[in-house]
Design a protein around this ligand. Structure first.
Ligand code: PXG
Length: 289
């Protein structure tokens, strides 16, 4: 594999960061996960914009422009022939002293990896996922705002551990007020009649790019779409529930906290939206060649 590291494409074995990098020492940095479909990078500008917003929020200056970053993503895909794959952008605070002060770090490290990802087994996209509410609360918006895709993902990792240890692959995380926030690496949607509801970003929910695409597709196909405050009551009494994310794409949820959702199998609205999402994703994006 060839890795983009600070402006150069280098072989995997040369792609190294220092043990004094604050990305490692403190989880101080930001990242993005992007997919490519059919030789095109999906929603590239939206991901690059979010990366720069995350960086701005933590007062990290990325040493290249968004346009250069977008070109670097395409170049890394090309070098690795990643036509249908997964791209990870990482910007660390860089090497600094042992001590929190980020301003001792002179040079942020920019890393782009182009490979592949499979979050859930294929059969779960047909059969649906069982998930569980966990005790780990999603970060308070004035702690690490969930809009920031930071390298500090322990909040989500702790929730994932709880889910896995209770026999599920994914968790529902609530916010400090007890409202539904999101899953550990995915957004959550509820279908009730002809209406689609997902937590408002105010609820401490990452404004997912897949989420926004699905909302747009749904609205265009006559489904009423709303961002709202959700409780577990709305999840338990939903007709359908599904998750969205770059890695997860659109995946049905058929069981939450050992309760069947709707008819206990993937519903028609989820199926239709998943199909429309794949159609859209495979016919748009920034060409790699
Ligand atoms: N919420 C959280 C907390 C996320 O990390 C999403 C929602 C969905 O956002 P997008 O923009 O991707 O639709 C994410 C994104 C992984 C992985 O390695 C996780 C994400 C993206 C890519 C890879 O598990 N999560």
């Amino acid at each position: 594999m060839k890795i983009f590291l600070n402006g150069k494409i280098v072989p995997e074995r040369e792609a190294k960061v220092s043990v004094f990098d604050h990305g490692l020492l403190y989880g101080d940095g930001v990242f993005e996960g992007i997919r490519s479909y059919n030789g095109r990078v999906f929603m590239l500008d939206e991901h690059v914009e979010r990366l720069y917003r995350s960086a701005k929020a933590i007062d990290l200056k990325i040493p290249m422009s968004p346009a250069q970053m977008a070109r670097a993503v395409v170049r890394t895909c090309k070098e690795n022939r990643v036509l249908n794959g997964y791209i990870r952008l990482v910007v660390t605070r860089g090497v600094g002293t042992l001590g929190l002060n980020p301003y001792t770090c002179a040079k942020p490290q920019v890393i782009i990896i182009a490979g592949s990802i499979q979050l859930y087994p294929k059969k779960l996209y047909d059969e649906g996922l069982s998930i569980v509410t966990v005790g780990t609360i999603r970060n308070h918006t004035e702690s690490i705002n969930p809009q920031i895709k930071s390298l500090n993902y322990l909040n989500n990792v702790l929730a994932k551990i709880e889910a896995i240890n209770s026999g599920c692959m994914e968790a529902v995380m609530l916010n400090p007020q007890g409202f539904v926030a999101e899953a550990t690496g995915d957004n959550i949607f509820v279908v009730k009649g002809n209406r689609l509801v997902t937590p408002h970003p105010w609820c401490g929910t990452l404004e997912g790019i897949t989420r926004n695409v699905v909302m747009k597709i749904a609205a265009e196909t006559g489904v009423e779409v709303k961002e709202d405050v959700l409780t577990r009551y709305e999840l338990y009494t939903a007709d359908e529930v599904f998750l969205t994310g770059t890695a997860a794409e659109v995946i049905p949820v058929v069981n939450i906290d050992r309760r069947s959702i709707g008819k206990g199998k993937p519903g028609p609205v989820t199926r239709r939206l998943a199909k429309a999402f794949h159609l859209f994703a495979s016919s748009t994006g920034t060409p790699i060649v």
